[in-house]
Design a protein around this ligand. Structure first.
Ligand SMILES: *[C@@H]1O[C@H](CO)[C@@H](O)[C@H](O)[C@H]1NC(C)=O
Ligand SMILES: *[C@@H]1O[C@H](CO)[C@@H](O)[C@H](O)[C@H]1NC(C)=O
Ligand SMILES: *[C@@H]1O[C@H](CO)[C@@H](O)[C@H](O)[C@H]1NC(C)=O
Ligand SMILES: *[C@@H]1O[C@H](CO)[C@@H](O)[C@H](O)[C@H]1NC(C)=O
Ligand SMILES: *[C@@H]1O[C@H](CO)[C@@H](O)[C@H](O)[C@H]1NC(C)=O
Ligand SMILES: [Ca+2]
Length: 604
């Protein structure tokens, strides 16, 4: 609790120092015109902005040195979610957002969906855009998917979105939109609908590019029809790339990674500013709900910070799962407040479907709760617990055993659960250091991160914390409260009984973009289909997709050169033609490609 008092104090300071032009005049001709014809729908427009890898401390109002005047302002005029949880990585969070279901109920409980795996969000799992579309929403997605693409049926446009402009993998180059997933596995990863958006391969920084697309969508859409816009930015995931103009204000940050990362966050903040301006300009704002969320904790090695929370992205410590999030909307009944009730990323599904006047059938068997009254009116949250995860494949805890789990749970298994104030972790929860803000000299160790190591943890396989009293997870209470440990282990065992089998198939070499016109895209073909198409493996576009739903234009056949070098040459040429600012970034992306595998170990 006192964290927030402290953070609140820092927040006041940060808003004072961050002057930002206010949003122009909200009156707009376009809006007035729209109102003349027809009463606006009672269904609110839903704008869901998902940042990638933004850490708990990487927002101004959590006391960061990073300036986020827009986020600070939107949050302080709305409701800050201060007991808000996501999953520790990309695909897990995104799958739960899309389905309102825990990973143990979709089969995605292990790790992320890898580029070369024939895997995706199961087609039988109903998605949030599908539910909203069913009640009249226009559904648009801009940005990162990362929920699989090995078959066309897995693409966003087949999972409920009318349009998709973005990328399919977990990361890539911000300018060239290329991604290498290991040696010789490189390809272009930017789509418009179901086609590679080659016409966009001109080195535009993705935060600017996606914002422009979002603004264009708003400009083209009739605000009388409800809109769901899922804007999943690439920022601020590694690689650390940013237009130089955003770096200038961070000269005082000596850690180079942190400096670039800070600039990326500030660019993202400006992007959100531009989107909110467009919401006002085009007549959406008065009937809109804007949700802002990160997808997981920050990665300190790539510039992020979760201080004073423990751990980082990819771990079940609070630093991996406790998230930055807020709701901004004129429809909130109590604005300018903090929501301290438990809210989890699975809650958006029932909350937003209900706000959109959609149907929540019993057989959806949701793990999420409708938390709107908790957010909008300050009622207690209906959510009392969170299953952070059970990963039956990750059983690395050497000392883990059924005995250590009171005979009801094998503590070798990586799992974490929250019940009320309590949080229990078993197995290896992941890197568990605290990484304080870096204040070290630029000269020698400019990119080194110093952290507080934990040595007393070795050989342990069970932890218990009172998160309300100890959000930093410094005081393990598992020995003091064996009864509570047993109760929570039983709860895990109960959840485990409802789990579906894990889907984590082996990599498939047919995924190689070089066999696919230089593009990351659907590669998997059922036997029959393969025969019909006569093995046209090198044509990602063209006429092979009977009945494919197409959205947006701009699709052309990809260039015939498919080798890695040709791809890079093309990207570099386009970057160089952009002028000097983008070129260093391209070098960075070559570097990134080279060390892609190593880097991925840190940063997925
Ligand atoms: C999601 O798909 C998986 C895999 O087919 C299935 O086992 C599970 O029951 C589905 N869950 C829901 C909630 O639809
Ligand atoms: C926001 O809009 C301004 C004015 O159009 C533009 O210069 C800037 O690049 C935009 N920023 C982002 C992040 O989209
Ligand atoms: C979870 O359930 C599976 C399948 O029923 C079982 O094999 C496994 O032992 C259970 N795990 C734990 C830790 O209880
Ligand atoms: C872990 O196991 C080793 C060897 O079995 C044992 O020596 C050690 O005390 C155990 N550590 C804990 C914390 O139980
Ligand atoms: C956890 O700590 C809080 C704050 O000190 C306290 O109010 C609460 O009773 C504790 N919870 C439990 C279950 O002991
Ligand atoms: Ca992420």
């Amino acid at each position: 609790m006192f964290t927030f008092v402290l953070l609140g104090g820092l927040y006041v300071l940060s808003t004072i120092t961050c002057g930002y032009a206010s949003w122009g005049n909200p009156d707009s001709n376009v809006k007035n015109q729209a109102n003349e014809f027809d009463k606006p729908s009672t269904q609110p427009h839903i704008i869901f902005i998902l940042a990638d890898d933004q850490g708990f401390r990487d927002v101004g109002y959590h006391g960061s040195e990073i300036k986020t005047p827009t986020l600070d302002r939107l949050a302080s005029e709305g409701v800050k979610l201060e007991n808000y949880y996501v999953q520790p990585m990309c695909s897990p969070s995104r799958s739960q957002f899309m389905t309102g279901r825990y990973q143990i109920h979709t089969g995605l409980q292990h790790s992320i969906i890898r580029a070369a795996q024939p895997n995706c969000l199961p087609l039988e799992n109903v998605t949030l855009p599908q539910k909203l579309k069913a009640v009249g929403y226009a559904t648009h997605m801009v940005g990162k998917w990362h929920l699989g693409f090995y078959r066309r049926e897995c693409m966003p446009t087949r999972r409920g979105f009318d349009s998709f402009f973005g990328y399919l993998l977990g990361s890539g180059d911000y300018y060239s939109h290329y991604k290498c997933d290991g040696p010789g596995m490189c390809g272009y990863d930017l789509y418009d609908g179901e086609e590679a958006a080659w016409d966009q391969a001109r080195g535009v920084y993705s935060t600017l590019m996606y914002t422009q697309r979002a603004v264009d969508l708003l400009a083209a859409h009739d605000p009388r029809r409800p809109l769901f816009l899922y804007l999943a930015y690439q920022a601020v995931h590694s690689p650390l790339q940013v237009p130089v103009r955003y770096l200038e204000r961070y000269k005082s940050i000596t850690n180079l990674h942190r400096r670039k990362y800070a600039a990326m966050v500030t660019c993202l903040d400006e992007a959100v500013h531009n989107v909110t301006l467009a919401l006002k300009r085009y007549g959406f704002y008065d009937n809109s709900i804007l949700v802002y969320s990160t997808d997981n904790g920050g990665q300190p090695m790539a510039g992020g910070s979760n201080w004073p929370l423990r751990g980082s992205k990819g771990t079940y410590w609070e630093g991996g799962v406790r998230a930055v999030g807020f709701v901004h909307s004129p429809l909130l009944l109590k604005k300018g407040t903090r929501c301290r009730g438990l809210v989890h990323i699975t809650d958006w599904f029932p909350t937003l479907v209900t706000l959109g006047e959609g149907m929540l059938e019993e057989d959806l068997q949701l793990d999420g709760y409708d938390v709107w009254e908790a957010i909008s009116e300050g009622f207690p949250s209906p959510r009392q617990d969170i299953l952070h995860n059970i990963d039956p494949i990750y059983t690395k805890a050497k000392n883990g055993s059924w005995k250590a789990g009171h005979g009801v749970w094998n503590t070798a298994v990586q799992a974490a659960i929250r019940v009320g104030d309590w949080k229990l972790l078993t197995g290896v929860p992941g890197y568990g250091d605290w990484v304080p803000p870096q204040t070290f000299s630029a000269v020698l160790l400019s990119n080194r991160w110093h952290s507080e190591r934990v040595r007393w943890d070795r050989g342990k396989s069970v932890w218990l914390f009172n998160i309300t009293a100890d959000p930093y997870e410094r005081l393990d209470l598992s020995r003091r409260f064996p009864g509570v440990v047993k109760r929570l282990l039983l709860r895990l065992a109960h959840y485990n009984k409802t789990a579906v089998p894990v889907r984590y198939p082996a990599k498939d070499s047919r995924s190689n973009p070089q066999l696919n016109g230089g593009v990351w895209g659907p590669w998997y073909k059922e036997k029959e289909q393969e025969e019909e198409e006569g093995g046209a493996t090198c044509s990602p576009t063209g006429s092979t997709r009977g009945g494919a739903r197409r959205s947006g234009g701009g699709s052309r056949r990809g260039p015939s050169e498919t080798s890695l070098l040709a791809g890079w040459r093309r990207a570099r040429a386009s970057l160089e033609s952009q002028g000097s600012q983008a070129v260093p970034a391209c070098r960075a992306c070559l570097f990134h490609c080279f060390f892609g595998v190593l880097w991925d170990i840190w940063t997925w």
